[in-house]
Design a protein around this ligand. Structure first.
Ligand SMILES: [Zn+2]
Length: 153
């Protein structure tokens, strides 16, 4: 029994790929960092959107399809995500959840210990500071994640 579904790969990893904006029917070619981010199902903390160059509109991935395979971009990312071994998916999510949860708790607990009993404003601010640190940590982890998903067709 296997938990992963197989994903077809390109024989030669592409350096760019073209997508079609469903609203206007026109094409945009992506390469470099944008191409990497578009293919990486772990990229994007608050959801991912992309840009149609001909009509200069930013839109959800659901509004685009790959020109070569005709697959919807949102469906493509879901499929690639499903192909990743479950352990790796869980580790990435746990790491990010821990980065968002642990620093605020530490900030709150430490500030609380240093303050008068019953003080709440400073510990609350310390918790917010911890959250900012956590969000930055997740952002850095995303940028540092060099896994290449562009090979997935
Ligand atoms: Zn367009």
């Amino acid at each position: 029994m296997t938990e992963t579904s197989s994903v077809e790969t390109f024989e030669i990893p592409p350096t760019s790929r073209t997508y079609v904006h469903l609203q206007c029917g026109r094409k945009t070619t992506v390469d470099g960092e944008e191409f990497q981010g578009l293919c990486n199902p772990f990229a994007g903390l608050l959801g991912v959107s992309t840009f149609c160059v001909p009509c200069r509109k930013q839109a959800a991935l659901n509004d685009f399809m790959w020109a070569d395979t005709g697959e919807n971009l949102a469906a493509y990312r879901k499929r690639v995500l499903r192909s990743i071994p479950r352990g790796m998916r869980v580790r990435t999510r746990l790491l990010r959840a821990a980065m968002l949860i642990v620093p605020p708790i530490i900030g709150f607990v430490v500030a609380r210990a240093l303050m008068h009993r019953g003080a709440i404003v400073v510990p609350a601010l310390a918790a917010i500071g911890g959250l900012v640190v956590g969000v930055l940590g997740v952002g850095i982890q995303m940028v540092a994640d060099r896994r290449d998903f562009t090979v997935y067709r």
